[in-house]
Design a protein around this ligand. Structure first.
Ligand code: GRF
Length: 195
């Protein structure tokens, strides 16, 4: 495993960004120490197995309270000494208490140019609106939904002939370059004691 700042990735679904982060971890200056998924059916688990990354399934339904569920994630993060938590398609809202414990240490990638098209379906919402420029945002997570301080953004052009699938493809390709770059930027900020 590469030497880098240890990070924990949280994903609920396909996990293509997780896999991309593992592939580019050295460039980003991090070491992906584990994957947590809240979805026992998430394909991301298979990627983790193939990439030899430890994966824990932590499902909300297993716990009586959100607090206990989040305590389990925090324990997993502490176990691997994670300095940052990277959300990569994690479909749950973290509580303000959780976020407070990792202030400016939780990063998310969102498939639109925030503050436009917040929420779970940023690609489709932008496409359906008919925007000709959308994009990708990497931001720190705060207590709001897709409201935290922006780290980096990159625009993606939607051509008139693009289908929704074409638009999604372009967005995802942009995510794969932007997320590692933004993390590298954060690691430099940390070294320069700016965060
Ligand atoms: C990405 O589009 C990301 O921006 C959003 O969720 C999607 C996750 O895709 N937050 P994948 O699971 O990484 O393939």
């Amino acid at each position: 495993m590469s030497e880098g700042v240890p990070v924990l990735v949280l994903a609920s679904g396909g996990g293509s960004n997780f896999e991309n982060l593992v592939a580019r971890q050295e460039d980003a200056g991090v070491s992906v120490a584990g994957l947590i998924t809240d979805n026992a059916d998430a394909y991301a688990q298979e990627r983790a197995a193939r990439l030899n990354v430890r994966c824990d399934v932590i499902e909300r339904e297993t716990y009586d309270t959100k607090r206990d569920f989040e305590a389990s994630i925090i324990e997993a993060a502490r176990k691997v000494d994670a300095e940052f938590i990277l959300l990569a398609g994690f479909m749950r809202i973290l509580s303000p208490e959780f976020i407070r414990q990792f202030e400016r240490r939780i990063i998310n990638i969102h498939p639109s140019l925030l503050p436009a098209f917040k929420g779970a379906d940023g690609i489709r919402d932008a496409y359906d609106y008919g925007v000709k420029v959308t994009g990708v945002t990497v931001h720190f997570v705060d207590a709001g939904i897709d409201t935290g301080e922006i780290i980096m953004q990159r625009a993606v052009t939607i051509d008139d002939s693009d289908t929704l699938d074409d638009a999604a493809y372009k967005i995802h390709q942009t995510e794969y370059s932007l997320y590692p770059e933004a993390i590298e930027k954060v690691i430099k900020m940390r070294e320069d004691e700016e965060i």
